[in-house]
Design a protein around this ligand. Sequence first.
Ligand code: 26W
Length: 823
Amino acid sequence: AIAKNAESLKTDVDSINAQIVHHVETTLARAAFNVDEMAMYQAAALSVRDRLIHNWDVTQTFHTQARTKRVYYFSLEYLLGRGYDNALLNLGVRQPYNEGLKGLGFNMEDVIDVERDMGLGNGGLGRLAACYLDSTSTLDIPCWGYTLRYSQGIFKQIIDSSGNQVEVPDPWLENQNPWEIPRLDNAVEIKFHGEATPGEGGKGPGTWTGGLDVLAVPYDIPVPGYKTQTTNNIRAWSARGKVSFDLAKFNAGDYDAAVREAEEAETITRVLYPNENFDKGKALRLKQQYFWVAASLHDICRRFRKLRVPWSEFPDYNAIQLNDTHPTLAIPELMRILVDEEGQPWDEAWEIVRRTFSYTNHTVLSEALEKWSVPLVEWLLPRHLQIIYEINLDMLKDVEKKWPNDRARLARMSLIEEGYPKMVRMANLAVVGSHRVNGVAALHSHLVQQDLFPDFVEYLGRDHFGNVTNGVTARRWLLQCNPSLAKLITDTLGSDEWVVNLDKLEGLTKYAKDKAFQKKWAACKQANRERLCDYIEATLGLTVNRHALIDVQVKRIHEYKRQFMNILGVIFRYLQLKKMSPADRKRLVPRLSVFAGKAAPGYYIAKLIIRLCNAVSKTINADKDIRESLSVAFLPDYSVSLAEIIIPASDISEHISTAGTEASGTSNMKFALNGGLLLGTLDGANIEIAEAVGDENVFFFGHVTPDVPKLRRAHHFGEVQYPAELLEVVDAIRSGMFGEAGVFEPLLGTLFEGKDHYLVSDDFLSYLQAQKMVDEAYVDQPSWVEKTINSTARMGRFASDRAVLQYAEEIWNIEPIKIPQDA
Ligand code: 26W
């Protein structure tokens, strides 16, 4: 390892400056007078990277030598956002870098701002993975993330002049990514297609030959923990063709064809699929999934072989968490390695597999449950299909023994769904191939057991299922995104221990009524509010009332999340305001409604919701009578770094999904942590947040989960009365108040012809009532501020540290291990 006192690790301001200048002159090969903000960011980031690599090296060497168990977090998405500020804070060198940059004539905030987000994810699932990796490092839990290195991350969203979303590619690697380290020497070969033969009696070692090989090249992203040397790793695989191997074609002068094949291989990691909670069953996506898990297991098994212990001990050294069903092929792949390549008996291999894997479910929406057509799997992965059939046969025999002659049960539980074509049910495979299945909030975990897998609860037992409520990292989502509030909290509590022990925030409750403290607290919010208003002005050219109550809904656009209900509510407010006298209008709390979020490119209704938000904002923002009382902003291109601006500024955030549809939600936690109050339904983690912060500190409304089936039935039979308030809003849209009315008919149709599947009409009145209560509560500022203090103070249990420790204890059976000083 590199010596501790190496020049590149010194943390005094002069040394940091020298490190940065060194990278400017050598790595960037630039003259010192020719440095713009981008170059300064790159040089500074490269000097940070040197520190990360040192810590990474120490960590990995230590874990390997100590033969510790490792957890592998398999996630097709890691929504990391920016890395620079986060690394500075976690390494504890933000202050000297700040001064160093100043000395070089640069401003820290401006330098931070040129970094592109690492957008390798869609939303909740990907950001959760990023928070969890931060926590494993901070808690000294040996962990590697495994994912894909997409050339194109989540698309960039542009809003055109008619208010429509337009997708443009995200070339995140354009300016070089300092946070990844290529490991060209660790590439592995991944096979597709070919011919397979099953082993004797189905369970003996089978074979898989021929086919097409693709290279998987790893890129490592170090993940620093907060004030610890532990630096875990995210290994992201990139696909590379094997041009040089196709000598036949090459020699025959068919150079083009050889290159074309290689390029085709590279398409595997070309782009992140932009669908969330919707399964399209595309062949390339299945290729991605196998490419990723096969490369990762190859890596893990190579590491395991070096330990020279029996395969039966594999689960004592390796825990693999499946982040949703996307990596489920890892189950038959590990079976293939154990049975076909390592000669392990089938039943023992199955035992090893089940003890190794555990599965987290993130959605109960039926359209999101992954199923792959049997012919597709057979074509791409013939040996894996045989293995899946063998696992299925074993399970069904077992079920038949327990419940003789129950054909309906067998059909429900089978890993193969009958039909044309037959389909492999990935969730069922993940359930039987794991030792534990968990949901991501209490209500969700209950629904996973009751609605998704009731047969498997009976078959495998209650203990096979559990709950780990999601959490978020306070490093990024308070310390980094809200420095003024973080400082106030640290000064007030007399310690920054809350950063690693979020329960310490509880100490703030005793200042909740303190006038002087309230004043400082409110000043932080106001400063963050102004920062968001500046951003809105700069991006939309929209001037807003800087004392308006900021009401935000930012997340992926989905019918189930009901941004539609929100914008209908905004229209209702507008219609009310129009009916009022100017004096009455003045008495009302001014509002700024903020929306942001991307729609999946093929999700027509979600795109219409975006268009409606933009149309409504255009009309309202142009109305001079209303300007002071109400404005609406749809901020384009929602991202982690935009969230970091929006979240600290919010007074109210909306989490208003139809009860039983949002598995957890995680931004709800970030808002409450930053002193924003929740306006929400009894869904996902909202319920537990209300429990923690107190019912008096949230605004909840709407029907509860058990009501949903009967309400849907009522719509189905046309037995519903639509409230007059809703019809008035619909009429306003149809009148052309927000531009060409016909455009929105398909969206309005979801309420009527579409039988209002997400029950907007059923919850609309109670939603308006809740909004009214928000207006009334906001008038009493001392009481409002007290609520927001108490909300922050009681959010300790929503730390990702708590969640990760729970996984470590209950599922991974792994303990934190501190790296000894000077290891
Ligand atoms: C196959 C298509 C597809 C793609 C992504 C299906 C499902 C997904 C994800 C599992 C969707 C997702 O991100 N779910 C969100 O996960 C968060 C973290 O647990 C939860 O907080 C959100 O409620 C849930 O919607």
